[in-house]
Design a protein around this ligand. Structure first.
Ligand SMILES: [Zn+2]
Length: 481
């Protein structure tokens, strides 16, 4: 097979998809026409090509082709899901609101009873209107997995990514065990400060309000958002020409910052959006981490090392920059925060909730994608696992919507682990104020120059000789016995 031609076509496809995403979500164009992009490049995802790539032994391109084959086979359902979701409305206490807006309203709703009412209406509407399509997509991808010759989705993803998901799950379930006793004591204080109550009254519908932590907004003013980022990048002497900042406010711009690597490394959009408060900083720095990563990759790397591969790499650099906005040294230096302790404590509590949630999610998704004899019992498995991990009653209604495609949850989990190692190295070599050292920027550039040619565990092995283990998070949260 002509691999050079395949790569060129694949790059055009990914680039078109990212451009469409950028134009739509930046509010520059109403249409979001993914279906015709798939059709223009249909040949990339033919079964013949999947077979040929399998024979060539090119793992990243094969993973791309298989995921694309499945994406193409379910694109009508995906488009219909987006249409339904955009049109869906829910009713809360006689008031109507758009489904997509409801989560944003809930995040900012100080009354716990109203948060509960919004969440109930949201989950019920999702289950009624979207679940039938989500289930179709799930069943279709499961049967395609079998048609392509894999015993189940889990085995397929493990083989294509080279990541041992079973071993990862053993690490995350060990993490759940060893943080079980510390969980409530660590989370209770910040929870009570933010909500006015602790675990005795905590419900699932309170978590997003807790993460939002509006009480900590004072230091995070809109006026300092962009300045604190450009100061940080100046400190590291990072100024790649490929990052295109989109700061203009538009009526249809999505209210969340995002990064769209349209052409790597020459055209990487960092789209800024503002909702106000600390959240804006976390999101902007996360997406800026992605943008720096992509914009520093050499154009000479093959496309699969610039656009594809193990996303725990790009997510780890996103987490690295995001983490700055919670770290005392940065808060003092860049935002003149004199008492960063409450911010640090809240971030530590929120992170423990996230890590335990993702540990439970991974265990559930592994069961869901291991060819269970029937799907329906998984609904209760989901509620049980999430409820046990977070110590609240967890509604089973999101058992289909709370599933990331192709175990993306594992990329986040590995990225959290990788980020703790990279951050520790930076602090060891350049001090707590590493973000003010051009040499720290140089060091990051050497990592970014490799793109995603290696897996996260391979990058770490090369860097420090250590094994990528989720247990690193115990140290990071100061929870080692
Ligand atoms: Zn990310």
């Amino acid at each position: 097979m002509n691999l050079a031609a395949y790569r060129a076509d694949a790059e055009q496809f990914v680039s078109s998809l990212d451009r469409e995403y950028y134009l739509h979500f930046a509010g520059l164009q109403d249409e979001f026409d993914i279906e015709s992009i798939y059709e223009r490049h249909a040949d990339l995802f033919s079964r013949d090509n999947v077979q040929r790539l399998r024979e060539e032994g090119t793992s990243q391109l094969l993973e791309f082709a298989v995921q694309g084959l499945m994406g193409r086979a379910t694109k009508a359902e995906a488009a219909e899901l987006a249409r339904r979701e955009a049109a869906l409305e829910i009713e809360v206490d006689g008031e109507t609101m758009p489904y997509r807006q409801a989560a944003v309203v809930q995040v900012n709703e100080p009354d716990p009873e109203r948060r509960l009412a919004i969440e109930r209406a949201r989950l019920a509407a999702g289950e009624r209107e979207l679940d039938p399509l989500l289930r179709e997509v799930l069943e279709r991808t499961h049967s395609l997995t079998a048609e392509l010759g894999w015993p189940n989705m889990r085995a397929m993803c493990e083989e294509l990514s080279g990541i041992d998901l079973g071993a990862l799950e053993r690490q995350t379930s060990a993490f759940l065990d060893s943080t079980e006793d510390a969980y409530e004591p660590i989370v209770s204080g910040p929870l009570e400060r933010e909500l006015g109550f602790g675990f005795e009254r905590l419900r699932r519908s309170d978590f997003s309000y807790f993460f939002r932590a509006a009480s900590l907004d004072a230091a995070f003013t809109d006026a300092r958002l962009l300045g604190s980022l450009s100061q940080t990048l100046d400190g590291l002497a990072l100024d790649p020409p490929g990052v295109k900042l989109d700061v203009e406010q538009r009526p249809k711009k999505t209210p969340r910052a995002f990064c769209s690597p349209v052409r790597v490394p020459d055209e990487v959009y960092l789209v800024i959006a503002r909702r106000g408060g600390r959240d804006d900083f976390e999101t902007l720095f996360h997406e800026a981490g992605h943008a720096q990563h992509f914009a520093h990759m050499p154009a000479s790397l093959p496309m699969e090392h610039r656009y594809l591969g193990d996303n725990s790499i790009t997510e780890s650099f996103a987490f690295l920059f995001q983490h700055l906005t919670q770290s005392p040294a940065w808060l003092r230096a860049r935002l003149d925060v004199t008492e960063p302790e409450p911010i640090e404590a809240q971030a530590r509590a929120a992170k423990l909730v996230f890590l335990r949630r993702y540990a439970a999610k991974l265990a559930y998704e592994l069961e869901l994608h291991s060819a269970p004899p029937a799907l329906d019992p998984l609904r209760e498995v989901y509620a049980q696992r999430l409820g046990d991990a977070l110590h609240v009653e967890w509604s089973p209604q999101s058992w289909l919507s709370d599933v990331d495609p192709f175990f993306y949850a594992a990329a986040y989990i590995r990225a959290w682990a990788l980020e703790t190692h990279v951050r520790r190295l930076l602090v060891e070599r350049f001090g707590e104020l590493w973000f003010e050292e051009p040499e720290a920027g140089e060091f990051l550039k050497t990592l970014w120059a490799q793109g995603q040619s290696m897996r996260g565990d391979e990058l770490l092995a090369e860097l420090t000789g250590e094994e990528l283990d989720f247990g690193a998070l115990l140290d990071d949260l100061a929870l080692t016995a």
